[in-house]
Design a protein around this ligand. Structure first.
Ligand code: GTP
Length: 325
C-alpha cells in the first residue's frame, strides 16, 4: 500500500467517524464527480437512485430550500463568500423530510481561474433542527403563557382595588392612596381634605324598593361623586355599604366644603329610576375633614370626617359638616 492509499484510508476513516459524506461536483459540466453515498443509504435509497447529476439531486430537495442552496452556491462561485454553507431538507424514500447541512469550497480557484472542482461534505443535522423547533415551540408557548399571566395579574390587581358594584375604588384602595396622598401633602406643605358621604335613610330605600333598586341608588351616587371631582386629581371610593370617601389633594377646608355642598345638592336633585317606572331621590350627609396641626394623618382625617358626618346626621341629614379645627 503506497502513501496515497494510506492517506485515502485515513481520510475515509475520519469522514466516517465524523458522520461526513464527501461530494465533488464539476462546476463546468454539472457532473457529480463524487456522489454522496452514506446519506442516500441512510435515507433508504439504493445505489442506482442517488443521482449522478445535480438536477436529479434537486428533485429530492425540499422546494423551499432550493433557492437557499442556489443563493449560497452563487455567492461562493461569485467569490462573495469564502465557503459555501447551507442547510436544507431531503426527502427520504419513505417520504419524511430530513435536515442536512452542506459545507464546501471551490478548491482550484486561483487569481487567474474561477475554478471548477467544487468539493464539500454533507452531514445530518435533523436532531439539532428538531430540538431547535421544539425549543422555539416551547418559547412561543412561554410567551403566550406570560402574556396570559400579565393579563391575569392586571385583572387580580383591578379586583383587589375596585368595588365590584360601582367600579370605583374599594376601601382597601382608599386607605392605601389616602396614606400616600397625605404623606405627599405633608412633605410639600400643601392642603388636602377628605369628604365622607353617607346616603340618608338608605335602609328605607331597600325596604321600600328592594335591594336591586338600592344597588342602583348606590351606583347613581357613586357616579355623582365621580362627576363632582377633578378626574385626574381626586380619588373617589366606596368605603362601606352606602358610604363614600372623596380624597381631595390640593384642597383646603373651605373649598372642600364648597365641593361637598355642590355634591349634596346634585344628589338631592338626582332622579333615580326605581321599579315600575317610579322615580325616587335620596340625600347625602357629608362630613368634611382637612389636614391641620391637629389632624396630621389619613387615620386622623377619617376619624374627623366620621365625627363631622355624625354631626350632619344629628342635625337632620341632607347637610354638610366641617368640625372646627
Ligand atoms: N342595596 C344595598 N344595600 C346595602 C348595601 N350595603 C349595605 N346596604 C344597606 O344599607 C343600609 C344602611 O342602613 P343604616 O346603616 O341603618 O343607615 P341608614 O338607613 O342609611 O340611615 P342613616 O345612615 O342614619 O341615615 C342597610 O339596610 C344595609 O343592608 C349594598 O351593597 N346594596
Amino acid at each position: 500500500m503506497d502513501d496515497f492509499d494510506i492517506n485515502k484510508e485515513r481520510l475515509e476513516l475520519a469522514l466516517e467517524a465524523a458522520g461526513l459524506d464527501l461530494w465533488e461536483n464539476n462546476l463546468v459540466t454539472g457532473e457529480v464527480t463524487r456522489k454522496v453515498s452514506k446519506i442516500f443509504a441512510e435515507l433508504g435509497y439504493g445505489e442506482h437512485e442517488s443521482g449522478a447529476y445535480m438536477d436529479e439531486l434537486f428533485k429530492l430537495i425540499h422546494p423551499d430550500d432550493i433557492p437557499v442552496i442556489r443563493c449560497a452556491v452563487e455567492s461562493h462561485v461569485a467569490g462573495d463568500s469564502a465557503q459555501y454553507r447551507c442547510e436544507f431538507r431531503i426527502r427520504a424514500k419513505d417520504g419524511r423530510w430530513v435536515w442536512f447541512a452542506n459545507y464546501g469550497k471551490i478548491m482550484d480557484r486561483h487569481l487567474e481561474t474561477s475554478g471548477q472542482r467544487f468539493i464539500g461534505v454533507t452531514f445530518n443535522i435533523d436532531d439539532r433542527k428538531r430540538r431547535e423547533a421544539e425549543l422555539s415551540a416551547a418559547n412561543r408557548k412561554l410567551v403566550r403563557q406570560n402574556a396570559l399571566l400579565e393579563k391575569m395579574n392586571l385583572m387580580l390587581q383591578s379586583l383587589a382595588t375596585t368595588d365590584p358594584l360601582t367600579g370605583i375604588a374599594n376601601r382597601r384602595q382608599i386607605m392605601e392612596v389616602g396614606v400616600s396622598e397625605v404623606q405627599r401633602a405633608l412633605r410639600l406643605a400643601h392642603p388636602l381634605s377628605l369628604l365622607v358621604a353617607d346616603i340618608d335613610l338608605f335602609k328605607q330605600v331597600n325596604d321600600t324598593w328592594g335591594h336591586p333598586t338600592g344597588d342602583r341608588v348606590i351606583c347613581a351616587v357613586a357616579d355623582a361623586c365621580l362627576r363632582s371631582v377633578r378626574s385626574d386629581v381626586d380619588i373617589v371610593g366606596r368605603i362601606g355599604g352606602e358610604e363614600f370617601a372623596l380624597i381631595l389633594p390640593e384642597t383646603d377646608g373651605t373649598n372642600a366644603q364648597g365641593l361637598a355642598e355642590r355634591l349634596r345638592a346634585t344628589v338631592a336633585a338626582l332622579p333615580i329610576s326605581a321599579a315600575e317606572n317610579a322615580v325616587l331621590s335620596v340625600t347625602l350627609s357629608i362630613g368634611v375633614a382637612t389636614l391641620s396641626p391637629t389632624c396630621t394623618s389619613f387615620r386622623d382625617l377619617l376619624i374627623q370626617a366620621d365625627r363631622a358626618l355624625y354631626g350632619a346626621k344629628d342635625s337632620g341629614r341632607n347637610c354638610v359638616h366641617l368640625l372646627p379645627a
